[in-house]
Design a protein around this ligand. Structure first.
Ligand SMILES: [Zn+2]
Length: 471
């Protein structure tokens, strides 16, 4: 068995690894590389292999940095199945189309800007900027999805099969265990995907993993420890109550998948327990609305608490004071509404989407609160907000940041260092080597050190393009 690390090597984005078994080639994930525009465009379009030579893709989960370059693969000639969990297949149906729509919109904007300024942008051809892929490409990719249940071995070849385990990271997220036989030798390789955390709301905890020979493992928080998840409801209640007393609005930038649904459920429980006043809540993101529908269809992914909630006849994602806002006109109408109320909107890092309008209209009022619920990458508007810059740019205008900025970091969907170690433990005894990926260099290096100390397993941090032979 041969592995080549094509993405998420010494970085957190563009997850993609190639596995060669008995002359066949498979991809684990086909994620979008996210970074500076020109570099990202080049990386995502110039695939390091012929897509038609790939015999199958096995996808760990729906996040765009794991699934988002599948339409490019298909556009360039890939035409066989993409194997993944049923919930992931459905989520990708919504997310890849949304991603394609954003690519088209971005390209149209850059074309216009180019014509105006005569600048040369990445992807520029014959006077127009080409999108990375189109909605039609994404639709073609979605057609290739073949859902495979968790805990069910899937035979792809007489000498190669895989089985998916619950990764506990987002709805449908899986850790993949590959079983190959080459020259009479059996090799077991696990690919972590992104590892979640115990006790996250809605979804189940990560499965206990079986013994394997080799492991490709993420390290996003390889050097960090999260705060206790149980304090999160208390903290959210305090923030809501404080803002309500001021008569303010709570503006929540949130990722459409997972974070929005977690927040809705948490607020629902706080209402039921009468710990916060019954103020209106608006979920103002078309993608989040689509994704919430998919959550409702995949109760097999829910944990016991969420199932109990359902069995009591309660709808975890719907209650009387909650409104989903599909139309842009209704979104704009929220500008004229008096607080207190809560708006949950995307994008998560405030780099686009309807959240920008809500921030523009509300951050200069000290009665309001911006509630940050996720990781904010450098240079994003979200990061400027948590850094509490006195002025922040929105739509080319500098606005004074006078609203309160509150953080709810406890909702992270990634395991921290202790949780990663606990996850590795059942596999550690028989492991020959771990390949550490999906982390900034310092995070990966720190995880390698503690794994070596605790379990005595050799860890390698591969470079992009490195190939290793496993036996
Ligand atoms: Zn993820």
């Amino acid at each position: 068995m041969k592995i080549t690390f094509w993405g998420a090597a010494k970085t957190v984005t563009g997850s993609m690894h190639e596995v060669g078994v008995n002359g066949k080639r498979y991809l684990l994930d086909c994620g979008m590389y996210q970074g500076r525009r020109a570099e990202a465009f080049a990386r995502n379009t110039q695939l390091p292999f012929a897509p038609s030579s790939i015999d199958g893709v096995i996808l760990s989960h729906a996040h765009i940095d794991h699934s988002g370059n599948l339409p490019t693969l298909v556009k360039k000639g890939y035409g066989v199945p993409v194997y993944t969990a049923p919930a992931t297949a459905d989520l990708c149906g919504a997310m890849l189309l949304d991603s394609a729509y954003l690519q088209e919109k971005d390209a149209a904007y850059l074309t216009k800007r180019h014509l105006r300024r005569k600048t040369l942008d990445a992807g520029f051809e014959n006077g127009v900027v080409e999108p990375l892929y189109t909605v039609v490409d994404a639709e073609q990719a979605v057609k290739l999805f073949e859902p495979v249940d968790l805990h069910t071995p899937k035979v792809l070849d007489p000498t190669f099969s895989y089985e998916a385990y619950d990764a506990g990271h987002i709805l449908g997220s899986s850790t993949l265990v590959l079983n190959a036989e080459e020259d009479g030798r059996k090799i077991r390789l696990a690919f972590s995907g992104d590892v979640g955390r115990p006790n996250q709301s809605i979804i189940k905890d990560p499965d206990a993993m079986p013994a394997v020979d080799y492991l490709i493992m993420e390290s996003t928080y390889g050097d960090r420890l999260h705060k206790d998840l149980t304090a999160v409801a208390d903290k959210l209640a305090e923030i809501v109550n404080r803002t309500c007393q001021r008569g303010g609005k709570i503006i929540v930038p949130a990722f459409a998948v997972g974070r929005t649904q977690q927040l809705v459920l948490l607020l629902h429980e706080l209402f039921d327990q009468q710990r916060i006043p019954r103020i209106p809540i608006f979920v103002d993101s078309p993608l989040a609305i689509e994704v919430t529908k998919i959550f409702r269809q995949h109760t097999e992914c829910f944990d016991d608490e969420t199932r109990e909630f359902l069995e009591k006849g309660e709808d975890p994602f719907g209650f009387s004071s909650l409104r989903y806002v599909p139309e842009a006109s209704a979104s704009k109408a929220l500008n004229d509404l008096r607080g207190p109320f809560i708006i949950i909107s995307a994008s998560g890092m405030c780099e686009g989407g309807r959240i920008l309008h809500h921030l523009k209209n509300n951050i200069e009022d000290p009665r309001n609160t911006v509630l940050v619920t996720g990781f904010m990458a450098e240079h994003t508007l979200g990061r400027k907000l948590i850094d509490k810059l006195p002025e922040v740019p929105i739509f080319g205008e500098l606005l004074r940041l006078r609203a309160e900025v509150a953080k709810l970091n406890e909702l992270s969907g990634h395991a921290d260092q202790h949780e990663l170690l606990a996850w590795v433990k059942p596999m550690a005894k028989e492991l020959k080597k771990i390949f550490i990926v999906h982390g900034e260099p310092a995070q990966s290096a720190a995880l390698a050190v503690v794994i070596k100390q605790q379990f005595g397993v050799e860890c390698v941090i591969p470079e992009r393009g490195d190939t290793v032979e496993l036996s």
